[in-house]
Write a protein that binds this ligand. Sequence first.
Ligand code: NAP
Length: 243
Amino acid sequence: MTDRKIALITGGSRGIGLACAKELAKAGCDIIINDICDAEKAQPAIDELKALGVNAYFYSFDVSNYDAVKENVDKMIAEHGKIDILLNNAGITRDGLFLRMDMNQWESVIKVNLTSAFCVTNAVIKYMMKARQGSIINMSSIVGRHGNAGQANYSASKAGLIGFTQTLAKEFGSRNIRVNAVCPGFIQTAMTAELANIDDYLAAIPMKRLGTPEDIAKVVKFLALDTDYVTGQAIEVAGGLMI
Ligand code: NAP
């Protein structure tokens, strides 16, 4: 088993997940990225991570499929021995005003954004308990705290992650497992590339710019590696939006 810490990052082949993977790799962690895409599509991310001098592995599975998650996490432990850091990052949007939101929009977002955190954490935590240490970080959102018109499904899933975070922090603190959430504001990724009213958002952000994936990655690295006593927190990283 490696002496390095090993971080599992879901939805890690691009966007915020990949930036977090790179930040943790720069700090010397080996990286396991998951995504729903095939290995060929994730290969550039793996190459970027390996170029930082660490080991990097890819596992393709749907984070909201309980059986697939369990099978893959057990395989990771058999192949790499441990998971020290878990970043539940995979997420989707299916936006629409509430009156037009259908059941499929609701269920798909709750499943991929919230049920997934149950599935992956459920599979990983028993290994963290055996190791008597671990850091779990859930990628929530500023809209999980404050809501956003057109995102009833998404904001409910992200608010759910905050309650999940606080509860697990209480249940697992005595096992030396810390659980925190990060709440990004508007970050430049594929997810926000199609935002129509970007100028309205910029006007509301005191720092007058969208965030970058690296802005989020720095806070994830802090929670994962630089503190031993922060748990149960949901940290907004949003350039001052909503203050
Ligand atoms: P992104 O670029 O769309 O990346 C999301 C990743 O999740 C993709 O790699 C995607 O895979 C993967 N994914 C989707 N469904 C999956 C599933 N069922 N199983 C496994 N992987 C799956 O989004 P992002 O902007 O980096 O967002 C990352 C996280 O930050 C999300 O949880 C998002 O809600 C949150 N967030 C983002 C913002 C923002 O402004 N961008 C703000 C607040 C919170 P494919 O590439 O194969 O589709």
